[in-house]
Design a protein around this ligand. Structure first.
Ligand code: PLP
Length: 430
């Protein structure tokens, strides 16, 4: 594969953009290569600046659950564009998307739209602190909740990929307000909550961890969080920026039947446009300005184009059988990956929750960030590069998840499985 044009673009980008990218993981540093620059995409395919095509399992890091340029989403954006791009005043589209979110996500009574997942978690935490009058927050190692100051402690995703310890620029006094506990460690969580629970404003968690690779919650973990937070009067926040409308229509809370007080959303609900949201019980949400004292605002919040893309996406997802089809396709892929790995003799852990999948180069299951860090990262790098050269576009880090869309057909999934088989054999030296 020729990547000349991508190489040139990256050289140029580095002169004008720090690191050449507007989000760190895109730089592909940890897999020892330059990124490919994308020219366009269609369905489950992305096409780079050199004219190479790839089957896409990144899906813009989750939002593209219908694939790229889904006709219903494209025409909704076009129609809205004809009426204007931003007014800084309310529109009917905001009500429509809010109603769709409320109808689907069981614990949400009212919802506020923002522009990114980072803004959603940051605002939800401010609200939790405002409502409880407490400062401490509890999170879990390897969970990523965006890049707000208090949340960059033991964060997953790019922070884990690049091996950055916390982050310079976050005042120690802020980091000191955050307690981070190993994921799936109910015992440690109970100990911390027994000791400090009365000072804990909120516990925030990815109900299915997707930013240290895919790590599902162990039986009883989420229920234990619910119980401990109820006891201490702390707010439980499910960060469903990945899992919302992904692992099921009602998100992870519906799938595991554990109800948080607040939920953050993003990615899918914007249909590929920049959107985030936070919502929950009305009594808590009413504490936000203008009705309440907790301030949060946004010039472009509830942007009409983003609302239109979100409405179109959720409308498609409302059709019967969509999630069953996604499950079936992802299951097929996961089985194929397991068989390919087994045939090569390379130890891997493959798992999925709905249409999110994860693959770790490790011989034992991954339950937390320490497990994830002990994976064979050199082997992942070789795997990643070989897959890319054979036309499969994966997230460039062992600590990220893969996403299947409704646009992936059997043909492309079978092609992917054949490619994995060939690459695994190559890695095993067979
Ligand atoms: C992506 C992500 C975020 C941050 O969303 P941005 O839109 O990138 O700011 C927050 N939480 C989780 C779980 C995410 O996966």
């Amino acid at each position: 594969m020729n990547h000349e044009r991508s190489k040139k673009l990256f050289q140029h980008a580095k002169e004008v953009i720090p690191g050449g990218v507007n989000s760190p993981v895109r730089a592909c540093k940890s897999v020892g290569r330059d990124p490919v620059f994308i020219d366009h995409a269609e369905g489950c395919m992305v096409y780079d600046a050199d004219g190479n095509s790839y089957i896409d399992y990144v899906g813009s890091w989750g939002p593209m659950i219908l694939g790229h340029r889904h006709p219903v989403v494209v025409s909704a954006i076009k129609a809205t564009l004809e009426r204007g791009t931003s007014f800084g005043a309310p529109t009917d589209l905001e009500i429509e998307l809010a109603e769709m979110v409320i109808a689907a996500v069981p614990s949400i009574d009212t919802v506020r739209f923002v522009n990114s997942g980072t803004e959603a978690t940051m605002s939800a935490i401010r609200l939790a602190r405002g409502v409880t009058g407490r400062d401490l927050i509890v999170k879990f190692d390897g969970c990523y909740h965006g890049h707000a100051d208090t949340l960059l402690v033991e964060a997953g995703s790019g922070v884990a990929t690049l091996g950055i310890p916390g982050s310079p620029g976050v005042p120690e006094a802020f980091a000191a307000q955050t307690i981070s506990i190993p994921y799936n460690d109910t015992e440690s969580m109970n100990r911390v909550m027994a000791e400090k629970g009365q000072d804990v404003a909120c516990v925030i968690v990815e109900p299915v961890a997707g930013n240290m690779g895919l790590v599902p919650p162990e039986e009883g973990f989420l229920a234990a969080l619910r119980e401990a937070t109820q006891k201490s009067g702390s707010i439980l926040i499910f960060d469903e920026v990945i899992t919302g409308f992904r692992v099921s229509r009602g998100g992870a809370q519906d799938l595991y039947d554990v109800m948080p007080d607040l939920t953050t959303l993003g990615k899918i609900i914007g249909g590929g446009m920049p959107v985030g949201a936070y919502g929950g019980r009305k009594a808590i949400m009413d504490q936000i300005a203008p009705d309440g004292p907790v301030y949060q605002a946004g010039t472009l919040s509830g942007n009409p184009l983003a609302m239109a893309a979100g409405i179109a996406t959720l409308t498609e997802l409302n059709k019967p059988g969509v999630y069953a089809e996604l499950d079936q396709k992802t299951d097929h892929l996961v089985k194929g990956l397991k068989e390919a790995a087994a045939a090569s003799g390379i130890p891997v852990q493959v798992d999925r929750v709905g249409s999110v999948l994860g693959m770790f180069f490790r011989d034992k299951p991954v339950k937390n960030m320490d497990d994830a860090k002990s994976c064979d990262l050199d082997r992942f790098t070789k795997y990643y590069n070989a897959m890319l050269e054979k036309g499969i576009y994966l997230a460039p880090s062992q600590f990220e998840s893969g996403f299947v869309s409704t646009a992936h057909r059997e043909e492309q999934i079978d092609n992917t499985i054949r490619t994995v088989k060939a690459v695994m054999e190559q890695l095993a030296g067979k």
